[in-house]
Design a protein around this ligand. Structure first.
Ligand code: CTP
Length: 403
């Protein structure tokens, strides 16, 4: 289940040209099943209309006129009370200053003062304003009080200048919102290490031996663990994917580099999930220079790589070995038999057996059909799910084992 499902998000929009991006943010959050209530400041209304937000959220968008309506006396308290998070995006230097000083001159700032939920501020302003000591001091004050500040980024600004002040993009903002919402989850204060992608074993300076793993399942696991509040370390080979917001990313290429990173990170981890497709063989000797056609067909001698899960399992339990270890078995035949063998050999708590012979599961596709085999002998066949759902199911089992 998405971490955003049924979450009540209060989205404050202030007077910045980036207000148009807030409409996209509200739409994306609504599509992810969040309940989004928008509050526009009077200046925001000069840039964008409440109707825009009403159209994408299907809910009334609040403006200054609501502050003087019949329900006004409870509105700001009610909105702030039921919210899981107050997101102010874009947040101008003016509103940042007001928040820092506890001013309550409009519906949004009154609501911010009354709200007891976490506050996420996404600044947006033009050249020089963000770097101004006044803005920096105000932001420092907000952070000190526990506010989470996302962005801004560098780039083109509406004035034509380039600098720091651009609102971060809605997709990334959602990552920050998920991060804040997840903080108090079941895996809060737990460290989860996830490996992802297919390793690459060099043949020469330009060629590698690799596999078809996209990294999608591993990245989804990292996101699911973050949603549950974990401190996540993502050990990844090169992929086309963007790591989830909040994950500590360690980039590796080869099985050996992944082994070293996993061993190091496992020392203080609570859980290790090996979703990476690790090469079993590598060229014994990578050529120092690019192999040339004129030199004829190369004879490549392979050697075995070390099994990472087995290496971690061999560590003494307690301090250096994660309490929960999870593996994957991508199989094209004898799925359960092969997965069971791996479960035992690698001393796992459970293994996710994935039938890659079917078209809708495994490498590159969006869905997986997974059976979970537990060390206790229990089997759980999950229906066809997208990789985010598979990840949520696995993280839920990990959390249960850690509790
Ligand atoms: N794995 C690992 N180290 C390796 C190879 C695999 O830690 N050198 C992990 C994978 O990340 C996965 C699990 O072991 O979680 C099973 O990987 P898989 O490739 O299916 O199994 P292998 O043990 O390599 O066996 P085979 O390739 O012969 O099926």
């Amino acid at each position: 289940m998405s971490v955003l499902k049924d979450k009540h998000i209060l989205l404050g929009v202030t007077g910045s040209i980036a207000a148009f991006k807030a409409a996209d943010l509200a739409s994306k959050l609504t599509q992810m099943d969040a309940q989004v209530d928008v509050i526009l400041t009077p200046t925001a209304e000069k840039f964008i209309t409440p109707l825009t937000f009403q159209s994408v959220t299907g809910r009334h968008a609040f403006t200054e006129s609501d502050l003087w309506g019949g329900e006004a006396h409870v509105l700001h308290v009610g909105l702030g009370k039921s919210a899981d998070i107050l997101v102010i995006a874009p947040c101008t230097a003016n509103t940042i200053a007001k928040l820092a000083h506890g001013e309550a001159g409009n519906l949004l700032t009154i609501t911010a003062l009354a709200a007891q939920c976490p506050l996420l501020v996404a600044p947006a302003m033009d050249g020089g304003m963000f770097d101004h000591p006044a803005t920096q001091e105000n932001l420092a004050k907000l952070k000190e009080r526990g506010a989470y500040v996302a962005g801004p980024t560098e780039g083109h600004l509406a004035s034509g200048l380039a600098g720091k002040g651009r609102l971060i993009e809605p997709a990334e903002l959602i990552g920050h919102i998920r991060f804040v919402l997840g903080r108090r989850g079941r895996l809060a204060a737990k460290k989860v290490v996830v490996s992802a992608g297919g390793t690459q074993e060099p043949l020469d300076p330009v060629r590698v031996l690799t596999n078809k793993s996209s990294g999608k399942q591993g990245y989804a696991l990292a996101q699911a663990a973050l949603d549950a509040g974990a401190n996540v370390t993502l050990i990844t080979t090169p992929t086309s994917l963007t790591p989830p917001v909040g994950a500590r990313v360690i980039n590796v290429q080869t099985a050996k580099q992944m082994l070293d990173a996993v061993l190091k990170e496992s020392a203080d981890a609570d859980a290790l999930i090996m979703a990476a497709a690790v090469a079993d063989f590598r060229p014994k000797q990578a050529a120092g220079n690019k192999m040339k056609k004129r030199d004829g067909i190369p004879q490549i001698e392979l050697e075995e790589t070390e099994d990472i899960l087995e290496a971690v399992a061999a560590l003494k339990s307690g301090k250096r070995r994660p309490r929960v270890m999870v593996g994957f078995a991508a199989e094209s035949r004898n799925l359960l038999e092969n997965a069971n063998e791996k479960l035992k050999a690698k001393k796992l708590d459970f293994i996710a057996a994935n039938d890659i012979s079917s078209k809708d599961a495994g490498f590159g596709v969006e869905t997986n059909r997974v059976t979970l085999l537990f060390e206790t002998g229990k089997h759980e066949s999950l229906p066809l799910m997208n990789k985010a759902e598979v990840a949520d199911a696995i993280i839920e089992r990990v959390a249960a084992l850690l509790e």
